[in-house]
Design a protein. Sequence first.
Length: 649
Amino acid sequence: MSTAATQPGHASRDNRSVGPLAAFGLTQARQIPLFLPHRWDDLRHPITQFDFKSGDVGQMVLVHGVLSRAPVLNTRPYPRLIGQMLDDAGRALEFTLYGTAADLDTLRRTLPSGCRVHLFGKLDFAGRALRLKGTQPVSPEWVGKLRPIYSGKQGLEPDVVRRYVLNRLKAQVPDAANWLRAQLGESEINEWHMVSGLPMRVPLERVLWLAHRPRTPTEGCAAQQVLERLAAWHALRDLRAAQHLGVTRWHNPAPWEPQARALGFALTKDQRTAVGEIHKDLSRLQPMRRLLSGDVGTGKTAVFALAAISVVRGGGRVAILLPNERLAEQVHERIIGWWPDVAAVCVTGTTESTSDLTHAPLLVGTTALLHREIGHMDLVVVDEQHKFSREQREKLVGDGTHLLEASATCIPRSQALIRFGALTVSKLRDGPVKKTIHTRLWQAGEQTKLFQQIRETCTSGSQVIVVYPRKAGANEPGTGRDRKSAEDMFHLWERHFPGQVMLAHGGLDQDENRAAMEAMKSGKARILVATTLVEVGIDLPGVRRLVVMNPETLGLTQLHQLRGRVARNGGEGWFDLYLSRPMKEKTLQRLDVMTRTTDGFEIAEADLRQRGHGNLAADSNRQSGDDGVFLFGRHVGFDTLEAVAAKIA
């Protein structure tokens, strides 16, 4: 759901005009018709003959009959009302209603034996008999109609939202239609109207009404499709307008080829191409907006370092933003090792803050850069872009600043910007070393076999990282019992591999984590039990296997980054995803992407389609999830954006 519908200058409006809908980002009454239902309950055809068959299981139905007895309230193991109703032929149908004990008790008093009711629910088996599950009483006003279902929030029931929207819909539709005409133009509205399946004679006001109160689901979906396509066109139009970023203050990079000699190794073909593309962008009057996409080990650091040094040699200033102190120190050390004469300054949370940074030609640091006075930068490099919010990335970027972002798997919003022409990309496909990583999804119950393979890896002289999404134990709220923590499991691993296991997570101090990494680097330890702390900035050449426990809790981007820790110096490696319990099909399909490809750009594409593209507006800070810019409660999917982009190309 989008909260981006608030237009500039509207955020300060009195939210009382939208009542409870302010919780969804609405600020003006004319936005109410743009807060769309996400589906409809079909209450058009009440069933009065309960001659259901097993093939009807799973269907949502509206039934009408008489209660054979008053429902009984059960509170264990959870509150529910259990009752029975009869059709005109005397056939019985059991039903169950869920809710709080207090609400169900109140409802029970309104359902005496012998009363006639309409109930809506899903047909399911109770033993061998069919019953109605998840039942809701239906008031007579909705019988024979489609009932729109709106989103709710904690403390704000969907029924309350529905009443508020529908009570104000008729009064606000004209204002919403006029606003859309002013924003989009009548010709654009007509063009996108044509492809929806609705007759052209239907005015925009009618489209808005049908998006809430259609006569058929097909009619409702067609009306919402018109609004979705208009929203997509509006988003892409603004996105392309935002590509005109003004004029750079600096565009005179020094030749990069002489600087590359200091690296001490030959660049790959992809690296040379990427540096050339970036250098060309840096020479233009329009500020660069480019993504450097490359898997772990493909040499992104050398590429953006060459871009940075070309700017510095040309008289410009550069800031390189990195996600943690260890990585910032590593990149700083590499740069001064390659070009010792450059006054590169490392800025982290533990560095001294007394020095004047406003004239330093090259700054390498963490988010500490965001809290220091550093002056105007001509180039900003953001490594591991998915670790930062858009707001953080843009905070360093002033008027006319070039921006280069780097990632093994770009965030969905960036992937969408690439697809729709607002962000260019340079890809690093081949690394300096060749490696083959085998990825496997292990089901619950295969623990013994996985453990044996871990033991064999250690016995062969290689090392293993075991990642747990949680760092702490039982004091960490909101987690299931089956999701063990790194701290809990460290002792178990130590029992099986005494003296060979180290622990690393964000709750330990830096010295403890450094000691763990050093023990792994020196070969004193065979197994590192850790959290996703090891996702970036960790270089352990001896690691041949990485195991992720409860991978369903992590995104594809994180999983791909973790896989990049394996076989850093080339050769064969193994990446294991262990599920401690059975998963839904949707989760398995998402994780299966990791077993099908090791291409970070392909994984980012899958992530985009699964998670959504995020808010594409220039001032958006949302990285993923669908966003229709001026719609609420109804996302604009990637396929719709892609179709509209193709039509207006």
